[in-house]
Design a protein around this ligand. Structure first.
Ligand SMILES: C[S@@+](CC[C@H](N)C(=O)[O-])C[C@H]1O[C@@H](n2cnc3c(N)ncnc32)[C@H](O)[C@@H]1O
Length: 219
């Protein structure tokens, strides 16, 4: 089971209480001298691997003066790091707490990003980007509230249905990268992309604690 699976399926009462206590208040997270506070109702980059793998990947990109969207930014650490690397950054999320904390964290780190609360591309006015980075929710279950949207993509993968439709029909993109884990229904997700005439190309496969994580380029 991967780390996200661990969080989702966690059943032992002591572990449950421990995690609840750990995430009962905002927690500090740092990368490359950027330090942020992560609200308990926002996706935690601390104990999952996907955010860190994406950050290390972004480290390798030349982002100077490139337009960059982090779609579903959560804590916003990726968006802030891209801004530090000189990108012109837009960061969006459906969770208003994520956007509120991102704005505060940007100020504290003297970094500038355009933040927007949006359901996927609905409220993002600019629809053309050099880079789009997506770490999606991928467990097939209907989220009960906004913070659960960090994990669950809808019982019928509604998040991916809408995302790939919008990418194909409404967005002008050059380089779009998505991280997925072997723990999720990659073939099902790829099929939704194919239905929208989008293809996945594997760019990176990284194994952390026996969990394979893939970064795909969407073309
Ligand atoms: C797995 S988390 C990734 C967060 C962050 N990108 C990272 O790598 O740490 C997925 C994020 O997508 C956001 N999200 C889920 N559904 C969304 C939607 N329909 N529109 C925009 N954001 C959404 C969640 O609120 C969450 O912040």
């Amino acid at each position: 089971m991967n780390m996200r699976g661990f969080f989702k399926k966690i059943v032992h009462p002591f572990l449950k209480i421990g995690l609840k206590l750990y995430y009962s208040k905002p927690r500090k997270y740092c990368y490359n001298s950027i330090c942020i506070q992560v609200h308990p109702k926002v996706f935690p980059p601390h104990l999952t691997f996907s955010t860190k793998i994406l950050l290390d990947f972004i480290q390798t990109l030349d982002l100077k003066s490139k337009t960059f969207l982090e779609l579903g930014c959560g804590s916003g650490i990726i968006a802030l790091f891209a801004a530090k690397k000189g990108a012109l950054v837009t960061a969006s999320d459906i969770n208003p707490i994520a956007i509120d904390f991102l704005n505060k964290n940007a100020g504290k780190n003297y970094l500038s990003v355009t933040s927007v609360r949006s359901d996927l591309f609905d409220s993002i006015e600019e629809k053309s980007f050099d880079y789009i980075i997506i770490n999606p929710p991928y467990y097939p279950k209907n989220p009960k509230n906004t913070s659960e949207k960090a994990w669950f993509c809808g019982a019928n993968f509604e998040y991916f249905e809408k995302l790939f439709y919008q990418l194909k029909h409404e967005v002008n993109f050059q380089n779009t990268f998505m991280i997925l884990s072997e723990d999720c229904a990659i073939e099902r997700i790829k099929n939704i992309a194919t239905k929208n005439r989008l293809t996945f190309e594997l760019i990176i496969c990284k194994t952390v604690f026996n969990e394979k994580n893939y970064i795909f380029s969407i073309n």
